[in-house]
Design a protein around this ligand. Structure first.
Ligand code: ASP
Length: 358
């Protein structure tokens, strides 16, 4: 851990029913306007002042704050490892974990955490806000308080949501199925290819059939090796051989998330297929993910994806780009054998994709 931890204990001493660890990383939720009118993160002590009710819950809350809270556009690999390690290290001491995080990269972070924390059996709930907690109409209080309830929910001593999720604007979504789709309205996240895990109205209505089952024998592992030698390459009409080759020539590049059209289609021109084929033959892993938010890649469905299948492009099925690029970084870090990377890319590691056919 290369930064200092600030611990605040907000627990009231009476009738403690659950324990929760909040990891405060920053984001709009805890921001305030500086002298230039720009939003900058402030510290967690100031956040608590805005929600006094938090200290009177029957939940013992410990907060670990990044010493310098960040805008999540500044999130990096080390931050991911640190958040995961904090959870790993404190795993036995808490019923659940809440990660307060900016919305911009929340889906990436939640995806990566779902891979690093293999064998997770407790809730890890990400939340944040579109408006700072100090703003009159802020969504921060609602998101934070409901996320706390979800992170501590148990039935017969068993956690209701033993997986990495995003709670935002009344909806609980699987973290590695989520995507930020709104920067202005409160409904910032969507999970087009996987059902909502719970909806919060006057009660929290859990959709138990689609939540990861609790597995008593699970042992948490902290798999921190990550390799960032990957890119996302988005196709667009007019993309040239020169552009694609320039990307493929990046020093050390090992994997590409290729954002294709519709159900995984690309130009079928000879130069395009040959450029990809040559790169694959030289060891590059190409993972086909659709530019559409909903649906799935089915290589071979159209003539314009048949060649991708033939030359060894791997289908991402219904995975999001966020879950795909983090999965690629994760597997390239974990596995020495490229064949093993390819094999594991094609199967779900943490519920991020539905089994694929091509
Ligand atoms: N730029 C902010 C962040 O991601 C936006 C937010 O929190 O909603 O940290």
């Amino acid at each position: 851990m290369n930064y200092k931890i600030v611990r605040l204990n907000t627990a009231s001493t009476k009738n403690i029913e659950s324990t929760i660890l909040i990891i405060y990383t920053g984001g709009t939720l805890g921001m305030a306007y500086d002298h230039t009118g720009a939003l900058v993160p402030f510290n967690f002590g100031q956040i608590l002042d805005k929600i006094p009710a938090i200290t009177s819950l029957n939940i013992a809350i410990t907060v670990i704050s990044f010493p310098e809270p960040i805008d999540s556009s500044n999130i990096n690999i080390q931050h991911w490892k640190d958040i995961a390690y904090i959870i790993y290290e404190n795993y036995d001491s808490y019923d659940g974990f809440l990660v307060l995080h900016g919305t911009d990269t929340m889906a990436y972070s939640a995806s990566m955490l779902s891979y690093i924390l293999e064998g997770l059996n407790k809730p890890v709930i990400f939340t944040g806000a579109q408006l700072p907690i100090s703003a009159m109409r802020s969504d921060a209080r609602e998101n934070l308080m409901t996320a706390l309830e979800i992170a501590t929910a148990k039935v017969n001593g068993v956690p209701v949501v033993p997986e990495v999720c995003i709670f935002f604007n009344h909806m609980l979504l699987r973290g590695n199925r989520s995507k930020k789709v709104q920067s202005v309205h409160f409904d910032a996240f969507e999970s087009e290819n996987y059902p909502v895990l719970a909806e919060a109205g006057i009660i929290i209505d859990y959709n138990k059939n689609v939540i990861m089952p609790y597995k008593p024998s699970n042992q948490l592992r902290y798999n921190s090796a990550i390799d960032t030698n990957v890119v996302i390459l988005k196709l667009f009409p007019g993309i040239s051989k020169h552009m694609i080759e320039s990307v493929f020539k990046i020093n050390g590049l090992r994997g590409v998330v290729l954002e294709t059209y519709g159900s995984g289609n690309s130009p079928s021109e000879k130069w395009f297929i040959e450029t990809l084929e040559e790169a694959i033959d030289n060891g590059l892993i190409i993972f086909n993910v659709s530019q559409c938010n909903g649906g799935r890649v089915i290589q071979g469905r159209y003539e314009t994806s048949r060649d991708l299948l033939r030359i060894g492009v791997l289908s991402g099925g219904d995975i999001t780009s966020e879950a795909a690029v983090t999965k690629l970084m994760f597997l390239l870090g974990q596995e020495k054998d490229p064949e093993e990377v390819k094999r594991r890319l094609s199967i779900p590691l943490a519920g991020e994709m539905t089994m694929i056919k091509s």
